[in-house]
Write a protein that binds this ligand. Structure first.
Ligand code: HEM
Length: 106
């Protein structure tokens, strides 16, 4: 997946972190959350992201959160993040699938 991203990942880190913050802030606002994830998923179709990429990204994300969370990473926190990532990836990949693939070059 690395070639899909720009050489320097600083901006990407900030965007990912901001998106995760916005998603967590809207956990109770189901309609807003759904719209955000569908838009994000549709944009990802254009980035070359594939459904089969999502499990690896989720595993990396959870391992990173565990690494930095220290003692606050409880079994409950791990289970909650796994459940949230499952909803995120399902909603994004469903929205990605509804975007038509680009027309083949003439
Ligand atoms: C929790 C799931 C994910 C979140 C919250 C997320 C979030 C983001 C955000 C906020 C951006 C910035 C552009 C935008 O807002 O449209 C972005 C770009 C991108 N994402 Fe994701 N993403 C996720 C999963 C993935 C996965 C599974 C892939 C698989 C390859 C992926 C690949 C990319 C690529 C290639 C870009 C463009 C990078 C660039 O412009 O250099 N993302 N993502």
């Amino acid at each position: 997946m690395r070639p899909l991203f720009a050489e320097h990942l600083g901006e990407q880190r900030d965007r990912l972190w901001a998106a995760l913050g916005a998603l967590v802030a809207n956990l109770e606002n189901t309609g807003t959350l759904l719209g955000m994830l569908q838009n994000l998923g549709r944009r990802h179709a254009g980035y070359g992201a594939l459904p089969e990429h999502y499990p690896a990204v989720g595993a990396s994300l959870l391992t990173t959160l565990e690494h930095y969370a220290g003692d606050s990473w409880t079994p409950e926190a791990a289970a909650s993040w796994a459940a949230v990532y499952s909803v995120i990836s399902r909603t994004m990949t469903e929205a990605m699938a509804q975007v038509s693939p680009p027309a083949p070059a003439p």
